[in-house]
Ligand binder design. Structure first.
Ligand code: HEM
Length: 442
């Protein structure tokens, strides 16, 4: 690792508590201000130190070093899916697991997934009524839950889908809350919420078990994520065990729903605040779709919709901070970092650097006309390196199809007088906010 980077300790540490109060009070603003102090900035979090990599090249290099910087570390940096699946694996096991997951996300399978997503998005929005006032983040969560569950379990009898969606919704929300508020033993308390969560986990596990057994018996490819998982083999010809498949299903449900739902919820609030962009989006959709739901084949004709998604992910990357643990004493950018230290990376910080993005706080989808390929390390909503998101194309396809299908027919008008603000959960989702649904005149 070269030593041309600057390093410093962030100012303003309090005795004993260090930077923890500042990080808790205004996490986004605090982290976005760190590049002013150096390329690698040391924070004091109570008795522990953590190092935040602020320079894009340093971020890119460090995230490529998965043997030096392994998975782990406290706080929201646990990433989109803490425990199960590849996201929670130590480096030694991660490589095999990732290799076994890759075929399920091969680009050849995407058109099939997109067809299932498109059906679910059209079906969910067909149940909306003019004048409904909806909680936008919750409605987007239901939408992405329905789409992800369908792509996982295409073979499932659709008559039972609402029950499956309810279970997935309870599991993703319940697990998300427990990541945010990790009170020891709280999971085991006999509260109604815990009982619901346990029942939903059991129902999903039984469904997964039934579908896995059915697939193993017939070998049929249902062109869904589950078939992709079950068909994968490592170099020794071994596939995922049933327990690993269950883990994976849980990971996809957690990573696949919350992140894409947050992107959509932010996009509606940004479009509401930028009527000129919204008008141009409507023109694109009216020309291409004329009010019908969007399909995979429409994607090349929807470039502005895609830029709206890229720009939303730049301003509000759902996984806004990632953490790793240093496995051995190391020289990171010229600063000695001891084994066991936490290193933090923040896509949010990178995306808000004025030297990387002109007027970084501005919502400007057209910046992507000239920045089609940002230099490595500057734009990282899906992470970088050995653990980069496997569902990036899946998630962006879903987001583009959802925005196109909804905005082609509906106007989603946030209730006036309320500023949409980030919530306090582990992912960068907006707090609940309401909007009225109306038919859009074309
Ligand atoms: C807008 C949507 C999404 C965003 C912003 C996002 C973001 C991320 C990020 C930042 C990581 C890297 C975490 C780390 O380095 O520690 C990640 C990993 C991962 N994501 Fe996504 N994700 C999205 C959608 C999805 C979807 C839809 C799926 C699956 C259906 C998915 C599956 C995964 C998996 C399996 C990993 C772990 C990869 C590994 O460790 O090898 N993601 N995601």
């Amino acid at each position: 690792m070269p030593t041309q980077y600057t390093s410093a300790t962030a100012p303003g540490a309090l005795p004993l508590l260090g930077h923890t109060p500042a990080l808790l009070r205004r996490p986004l603003a605090f982290v976005a201000g760190l590049p002013a102090h150096g390329d690698l900035v040391r924070l004091r979090l109570g008795p522990r130190d953590a190092y935040v990599a602020c320079h894009p090249e340093l971020v890119r290099r460090l995230l490529a070093e998965d043997h030096l910087l392994d998975r782990g570390g406290p706080g929201p940096g646990a990433g989109p899916a803490g425990g199960a699946g590849p996201a929670g694996c130590p480096a030694a096991a991660h490589r095999r697991r990732r290799r076994l997951l890759q075929p399920a996300f091969h680009h050849d399978r995407l058109p099939g997934y997109a067809a299932l997503m498109a059906e679910e998005i059209a079906g969910t929005t067909a149940r909306w009524r003019v004048g409904d006032v909806v909680d936008v983040p919750a409605a987007m969560h239901r939408l992405t839950t329905a789409a992800t569950a369908r792509c996982l379990f295409a073979a499932h009898d659709r008559a039972g889908s609402p029950a499956v969606h309810d279970s997935v919704d309870v599991v993703t929300r319940g697990t998300g809350r427990r990541v945010t508020l990790p009170l020891p033993g709280a999971d085991r308390l006999p509260t109604p919420g815990n009982r619901r969560l346990r029942r939903a986990r059991r129902d999903l596990s039984e469904l997964t078990g039934r579908l896995v057994a059915g697939h193993r018996a017939t070998g049929a490819d249902h062109h869904d994520l589950l078939s992709g998982l079950l068909d994968a083999r490592d170099e020794d010809g071994r596939g995922l065990t049933d327990a690993e498949v269950h883990d994976q299903v849980a990971t996809f449900l957690l990573t696949g729903t919350e992140t894409t739902a947050a992107t959509l919820a932010w996009a509606w609030s940004l479009l509401a605040r930028h009527p000129a962009v919204r008008e141009r989006l409507h023109t694109e959709l009216d020309t291409v779709l004329d009010g019908r739901p969007a399909r995979y084949e429409d994607l090349p004709a929807l470039p502005l919709t895609a830029r709206v998604v890229s720009e939303t992910l730049r301003l509000y990357p759902p996984v806004w901070i990632l953490s790793r643990t240093v496995t051995t004493d190391a020289d990171l950018g010229g600063l000695h970092v001891p084994a066991g230290a936490t290193v933090l990376f923040s896509p949010y910080l990178l995306h808000r650097r004025a030297d990387l993005f002109r007027r970084p706080d501005r919502f400007d989808p057209d910046r992507w006309l000239t920045t089609a390929r940002p230099s490595p390390g500057t734009y990282a909503p899906f992470g970088l390196g050995a653990r980069r998101c496997l569902g990036d194309a899946f998630g962006t396809t879903e987001a583009v199809l959802a925005i196109a299908t909804i905005a082609a027919r509906w106007s989603v008008t946030p209730t006036p007088g309320r500023t949409v603000r980030p919530g306090r959960g582990p992912s960068l989702s907006p707090r609940p906010y309401t909007a009225t649904l109306a038919r859009r005149a074309r």
